[in-house]
Ligand binder design. Structure first.
Ligand code: PLP
Length: 397
């Protein structure tokens, strides 16, 4: 497909074909260019390329590589972004997006409910370099409005928070930020590129941990930052290529192949997650079932507008606290106890003692991370097996 045909193609078609670069051998599956460097035809050619590299000209794999470029172009096409830069991990993407655009004296407003490492960057790293950060309840537009002011340079949030699955209104928060000229950076991991197009909804910069649904089979760490070409190439790329957070060619190949099946996998996983939530709502061993796609979710209408579906993750709050939650986890036979998400395997996590263990109790209370809470990332197993597994394990609670 040529670029004009790709532009009008549907997302699933773009996810299979966009960004393909064929070598002289005409390979069907994308080649892995496992090389750190590139040979120049002459000294003059090297000089010219260092002055300005063309779209098919590479210098050093930390700056760019053909396999990595294929992944960047493919996910940019899928997301509807002008450009993308692939990173060594999701955290390299979050750190790069924020640190490359901020300087001492800037003000940032961030949602409080964040992945632990994101919280570290906002709370520790930015503060150390003189950036002031105000934290708000991401679901409360009034708090966003009060915190965002003329000095605000950026706002940051996870569109669906981990592990309590609160949803931030991308369009509304973006409108508030844009009134003062602040850039909106959205970590869209839980929503996935399949269910939410954050750029079309108002975000300026979108980051993904590709480790999650994009790989989707638990093999490799990776990340990506998407946005306008000017931002990606003039602000982000210099920071990333000189500080070393670039994606490896082999990882880019894993992620490229992941994009081909992303839509199918994520839709199947979300369908099973919805079925599992439906089977668990009202269970007498559970104080709460949190699933953005279920009508009991407090932001069900926003979820329908912003994501269409509820995604691949649900959380349950087992009555009886930690002991009961541990009995459930230890009785699970189909799923596994681990802490990745978006994987083909169903993964169960006890946030209070693992991913969020270090948060002070009052912060856990404020975020709703109770001792009975279990996060379930629904995989590709048959939903009937998953429902039977959970119902059987709940008998042990
Ligand atoms: C996992 C995750 C990250 C970090 O990604 P890594 O690939 O593990 O570095 C960032 N944000 C969210 C919401 C995540 O779930």
């Amino acid at each position: 497909m040529n670029s004009d045909q790709l532009r009008t193609a549907k997302p699933r078609t773009r996810a299979v074909h966009a960004g393909t670069r064929r070598s002289q051998y005409g390979e069907v599956s994308e080649a892995i260019f496992m090389t750190q460097g590139f040979v120049y035809d002459s000294a003059e050619a090297a000089e010219a390329r260092f002055l300005e590299a063309g779209p098919d000209e590479f210098i050093y794999a930390r700056y760019g590589n053909p396999t990595v470029a294929m992944f960047e172009e493919r996910i940019a096409a899928l997301e509807g972004a002008e450009d993308a830069f692939a990173t060594a991990s999701g955290m390299a993407a979050v750190n790069g997006a924020l640190v490359s655009m901020l300087r001492a004296g800037d003000h940032v407003v961030s949602a409080r409910a964040l992945f632990g490492s994101c919280l570290y960057i906002l709370e520790e790293v930015l503060a150390r370099y003189g950036v002031e950060v105000t934290f708000v309840d991401g679901t409360d537009l009034e708090q966003w409005q009060q915190a965002i002011g003329p000095g605000t340079k950026a706002v940051f949030f996870e569109s669906v928070s981990n592990p309590t699955l609160q949803v931030v209104d991308i369009a509304a928060v973006s409108a508030l930020a844009h009134e003062v000229g602040a850039l909106v950076v959205v970590d869209n991991v839980f929503a996935t590129p399949v269910f939410s197009n954050a750029i079309a909804q108002g975000a300026d910069v979108v980051v993904y941990s590709a480790t999650k649904h994009i790989d989707g089979q638990g093999r490799a760490l990776g990340g990506v930052v998407l946005g306008r070409r000017e931002f990606i190439r003039k602000t982000l790329e210099p920071y990333m290529k000189h500080t070393g957070g670039s994606m490896s060619p082999f990882t880019a190949w894993v992620m490229l192949k992941g994009l081909e099946t992303l839509d199918l996998r994520v839709r199947a996983q979300a369908q099973s997650a919805a079925a599992l939530a439906q089977a668990l709502v009202g269970h007498d061993k559970l104080a709460r079932v949190i699933y953005p796609g279920h009508e009991s979710h407090p932001q069900h209408k926003l979820v329908a507008d912003q994501m269409g579906q509820g995604g691949t993750v649900l959380s349950i709050d087992v009555r009886g606290g930690k002991d009961a939650a541990f009995r459930v986890l230890n009785a699970i036979t189909v799923g596994v106890i681990s802490n990745n998400l978006g994987d083909a395997k169903t993964i169960l996590t006890h946030p209070a003692t693992t991913t969020h263990q270090r948060l002070p109790q009052e912060q856990k209370d404020r975020l709703g991370i109770s001792d009975g809470l279990i996060r379930i990332s629904v995989g590709l197993e048959d939903e009937r097996d998953l429902i039977a597994d959970l119902l059987g394990a709940l008998d042990q609670a």
